[in-house]
Design a protein around this ligand. Structure first.
Ligand SMILES: C[S@@+](CC[C@H](N)C(=O)[O-])C[C@H]1O[C@@H](n2cnc3c(N)ncnc32)[C@H](O)[C@@H]1O
Length: 208
């Protein structure tokens, strides 16, 4: 059984580089491969450059985006963000809004719709794991399906999407739905995912 309480090499590197969670390296790998954050591609022909980051706490992905792009960002999580490393970036009201709420609730969906269009929708949301694979994959799928619903409703045409999902037979159906929603949809497992983890990311490029 894996010991998730002991920081691994990625967690230690994240602390050294000023990020609250090791998940930063998953976004880095995804971005290096798919160029999701590339401003030219994001802004070309699009009226605004907004990103939605769901399941954002403790805040590594949001911090990475605020540090490495000039784009504006709305982040959602049930839990609060860590303020350990942001050096005031999370206080920049012009670029950053944090909504502490359940992404599956109707109220949150309405709030986010009011902020559309987005050019990139990200979801790293994950349930608290129980160790029961059926329960964990089912809960993860609900979050991933919700993220795809957001993408369908708030992404601009041509927009991009990345969502975490715990793999199961049913998650393949979600990938098929991504293929119907985007010009290109693929599954990608970053090297920084824990070896024993069954999580992967589905990437959608070019919202139809
Ligand atoms: C792996 S962490 C995300 C790490 C984050 N990307 C980062 O870089 O710091 C998963 C997050 O999903 C959030 N989450 C789970 N269910 C959620 C829900 N229904 N609504 C909003 N956030 C949720 C959890 O609170 C948790 O903070």
């Amino acid at each position: 059984m894996a010991d998730y309480t002991r920081p691994d090499v990625w967690a230690l590197q994240a602390q050294r580089e000023g990020y609250p969670a090791r998940s930063i390296y998953k976004l880095k790998e995804i971005d290096e491969k798919f160029r999701l954050l590339k401003p030219s591609a994001l802004s070309r022909g699009l009226p605004q450059a907004n990103i939605l980051d769901m399941g954002a706490a403790p805040g590594s992905w949001s911090l990475y985006i605020l540090r490495n792009t000039a784009l504006s960002l709305t982040a959602v999580d049930i839990s609060p963000l860590s303020r350990q490393f942001d050096q005031g970036l999370f206080d920049d009201k012009k670029r950053f809004t944090f909504i502490q709420a359940d992404m599956t609730s109707t109220e949150t969906k309405t709030l986010i719709k009011e902020r559309r269009p987005f050019f990139l929708v990200l979801s790293d949301a994950a349930p608290v794991t129980t160790g029961n694979r059926l329960i964990d994959t089912t809960r993860s799928l609900v979050l991933a399906e919700t993220a795809l619903e957001y993408a369908a409703n708030v992404l601009a045409k041509g927009g991009r999407f990345a969502v975490k999902v715990f793999q199961s037979g049913d998650s393949n159906k979600l990938l098929r739905r991504l293929k119907a929603t985007f010009d290109k949809a693929v599954s990608f497992k970053p090297k920084s995912c824990r070896r024993e983890s069954f999580e992967t990311y589905y990437i959608g490029i070019g919202k139809k």
